[in-house]
Design a protein. Structure first.
Length: 404
């Protein structure tokens, strides 16, 4: 019974990055051996155990055989006869197929160290095509490691395209797609996740609402990048640059979905794209199983983002309508998400990257002024029932007018 440190912890350590969770593989043991040694079984599909003290995961070395389509279409074999090399062979990328024994010896049968040095993401074997989640992981690793100089090997990109052409990607489970997308969105270069999916043809299946934006033109006077898809990913990159949260980053992806539905005779203009974008945003969120807080924020930002751009043109009553629509008095964080996406929307254009966004402080000032109006004070004047609501609105509108 021998244990080896494997996977992302070892990879990141070799890259000089901080590590969090450590995973281990155990060779030469049975499930009975593990429980007898005090490990707690937790694996549902194959034997995984928690260390009795560290609570780190220890998986028995295993092999796998394709038995169906999709992520669950595998039969796993574990046993004391499974070698470390056989276990590493089933992993996705060479940089994840390195192991280290307790004495510090590295086991690297598939050239992972060389690919770490060369900054290459390369598949271990042709078995890569058997699991569609691996394509999503490849895109996520690219988004994470591209800032370190990593590229995708040509043969791996070809293999990924073959997966899409063979229909394997059609069997992705929505929750797995969102799990990978969520992690990719919070990476340093999240837009690269979607660019790689587009390069393989997978974006049209995973997020067709975004894929449909590529090739759709916008007025060059406002959008030097012209292409709606390119603009959307520039906006996403700007939210990452500003260290925005997950809700803003997801909304950045969705905010212009309506532009893919603009009738051709009206191009390159996109009047009304805000309202038209709500349905595809909701459809994408529902299909992916996006958490309710995020899907609500994405829907509202899609619908209202151009109002904030034009705040200097709006009447005070319309500004109040915007604040109420965003539920900004009870959920100020949602207003901050709107501001983050709108600022990124302006800066996500070629040559606009450092453009100021004074609308942010103006909407914050309007909210603060309106929030300062005390409904209890109005009730003290003798107002009752609906009259308090009407008076509150009028007072808030006057406060917003003064603040702006």
């Amino acid at each position: 019974m021998q244990r080896y440190l494997v996977g992302g912890a070892l990879r990141d350590e070799l890259l000089g990055l901080a590590i969090s969770d450590r995973d281990w593989v155990v060779v030469g043991a049975t499930p009975e051996d593990m429980t007898a040694a005090g490990y707690t079984p937790v694996g549902r599909d194959f034997p995984v155990f928690l260390h009795p003290e560290t609570r780190e995961e220890y998986a028995l070395a295993r092999t796998e055989r394709k038995s169906g389509r999709g992520y669950h279409g595998f039969i796993f074999h574990t046993g004391a006869d499974v070698t470390l090399e056989a276990d590493l062979a089933r992993r996705d990328l060479t940089i994840n197929a390195i192991a280290r024994a307790d004495d510090g010896t590295l086991v690297d049968p598939y050239g992972g160290q060389a690919d770490l040095e060369a900054r290459v993401l390369r598949h271990v074997s042709d078995a890569f095509v058997e699991d569609p989640v691996r394509l999503l992981r490849l895109a996520r690793y690219y988004a994470r490691f591209a800032p370190l100089g990593f590229t995708v090997a040509d043969e791996t990109l070809t293999l990924a395209r073959n997966m899409v052409a063979a229909g394997e990607i059609d069997h992705l489970v929505p929750e797995r797609v969102w799990a990978e997308m969520e992690r990719a969105l919070m990476s340093a270069e999240p837009h690269l996740f979607f660019y790689l999916l587009q390069a393989t043809g997978a974006l049209a299946i995973v997020l067709p609402e975004l894929d449909a934006l590529f090739g759709v033109p916008q007025p060059v006077h406002y959008h030097p990048e012209i292409d709606c898809g390119v603009h959307t990913l520039l906006v996403l990159a700007q939210t990452a640059r500003a260290d925005a949260g997950l809700a803003a980053r997801y909304a950045a992806i969705c905010h212009d979905f309506g532009k893919a539905t603009t009738p051709e005779q009206f191009l390159p203009g996109h009047r009304g794209h805000e309202e038209r974008g709500v349905a595809p945003t909701d459809a994408a969120s529902a299909r992916l199983g996006v958490p309710k807080r995020l899907r609500d924020t994405a829907r509202l930002i899609t619908r209202w983002h151009t109002h904030l751009h034009r705040i200097d043109e709006l009447r005070p009553g319309t500004v109040l309508k915007l604040l109420e629509a965003m539920d900004a008095f009870r959920r100020p964080e949602r207003l901050e998400d709107l501001i983050a996406v709108c600022a990124a929307d302006v800066r996500g254009r070629l040559g606009y990257e450092d453009r100021a966004y004074p609308q942010a402080e103006r909407i914050r000032a309007a909210r603060a002024a309106a929030a300062a109006i005390d409904g209890a004070a109005l009730a003290a004047r003798g107002l009752e029932g609906p009259a308090i609501g009407r008076a509150l609105r009028q007072e808030r509108i006057r406060a917003i007018a003064k603040a702006l």
